[in-house]
Ligand binder design. Structure first.
Ligand SMILES: *Cc1c(COP(=O)(O)O)cnc(C)c1O
Length: 382
């Protein structure tokens, strides 16, 4: 089976993890700050806060922006469920902005319309989470300008997009947002097995996210408030936080992986360009590439008619295809909260024709040729 995605682990990665196992610190040692610095500097961010998943990173990002009861969080339906769930973790209400039919990402026109209506109704969101779907960048210039106009904070869910760029700037530099989040799940570009990281340029947001990832407990003498906290042993809980910490093993793996980030993304782009060429004459739609952006190509989502038939034929031929994403609002949990099929037509019609075909660093040209010939056969054109 050729999977749709998989991790790339080198001997150096393995040695880096083993070195940690032989060292003094399995957690809360030097590897996590080193990994944070490596990711932050790769995307020109002042701060990076590493945690145990991108879901946790999105959660502490929402907490740092004071999202709570009575607030609204908006994201897109074409994403993994975590982008929406984090709003509920904070006690906020969640709604969605429909996607653009060409990019499959947040549609700035739909956003403008929904913001204007929400302003009239007095229900403007506090936090907006646009998603860098498949490694591409949404129209962050327009989305960022609209958010500024209405006083809405932005968290970019760039789980798919480490190593990508938008208008010549690295994704993660937060030019159009308050915080950007990356995921290091094994199918993503860079892995720490499980892991996530939030970047920001704002020292106060970084400080708050650090607090929330570790029980709300601080040892920073400047943050201590208690009168009897007068010794070097002092620590103080000043907020309700979580244990969302990344381990040293994960961070060491991440540091080692980060040395190959450019290589990972370059190969994914090569493979995507090759797909674009090999698939030209087939009856399907290839993903659009925005002219002013460099995609990290986490996914290569195509659009086909008779999706179920094509999907089954590819799986039968040993091609591990997948579907990204079943629109969040159509999940049972969200339908129970009042959403329905028909609410976001663009995300739904994209979903009905979507298949993600294999794309990962270790995919060889021969593997890719096999995917293409199986796809041709499934589409009955050879
Ligand atoms: C993978 C993913 C997440 C969650 O990442 P984890 O690290 O698994 O928590 C969130 N949003 C999107 C768009 C993702 O693809």
């Amino acid at each position: 089976m050729i999977p749709y995605g998989r991790q790339e682990i080198s001997d150096e990665d393995i040695e880096a993890v083993v070195r940690v196992l032989r060292s003094d610190y399995l957690t809360q040692g030097p590897a996590v700050p080193a990994f944070e610095a490596a990711v932050a500097s790769s995307c020109n961010a002042a701060f990076g806060v590493a945690v145990n998943s991108a879901t946790s990173a999105l959660h502490i990002a929402c907490m740092a922006l004071d999202l709570g009861r009575g607030d609204w969080l908006w994201t897109v339906p074409n994403t993994f469920v975590a982008s929406a769930n984090v709003g509920l973790y904070c006690g906020a209400d969640v709604s969605f902005v429909d996607t653009d039919p060409q990019t499959y990402m947040m549609c700035p026109d739909a956003l403008a319309e929904k913001l204007a209506a929400a302003e009239r109704a007095g229900t403007l969101p506090k936090v907006l989470i646009p998603v860098h779907f498949a490694g591409q960048s949404p129209a962050m210039d327009r989305i960022g300008a609209l958010a500024k106009q209405y006083g809405v904070r932005i968290i970019e869910d760039a789980s798919h997009a480490i190593g990508a760029a938008y208008q010549g700037q690295p994704v993660g530099d937060c030019t159009h947002s308050d915080i950007t989040v990356f995921s290091f799940h094994p199918v993503k570009i860079v892995t720490t097995a499980e892991g996530g990281l939030a970047t920001t340029q704002d020292p106060e947001l970084a400080r708050r996210m650090e607090l929330y990832r570790s029980h709300g407990v601080t040892r920073d003498p400047a943050s201590l408030t208690g009168e009897e906290l007068d010794g070097p042993w002092a620590y103080e809980q000043v907020a309700l936080g979580y244990n969302y910490r990344m381990t040293e093993l994960q961070a060491a793996l991440g540091c080692s992986q980060m040395t190959r980030l450019a290589e990972f993304v370059e190969r994914r782009n090569q493979l995507a360009t090759r797909y674009d060429r090999l698939l030209t004459d087939l009856p399907l739609t290839c993903p659009a590439q925005s002219a002013n952006a460099y995609s990290a190509f986490h996914l290569y989502p195509i659009q086909v008619d008779n999706r179920a038939v094509v999907f089954a034929a590819l799986r039968a031929a040993g091609i591990g295809v997948n579907v990204h994403y079943i629109p969040v609002h159509t999940q049972a949990y969200w339908r129970n909260r009042g959403f329905n099929w028909g609410d976001y037509p663009n995300a739904e019609s994209y979903y009905k024709r979507a298949i993600s075909i294999p794309l990962y660093f270790g995919l060889t040209d021969q593997d890719q040729d096999q995917v293409v010939s199986s796809l041709s056969a499934a589409l009955n054109v050879i």
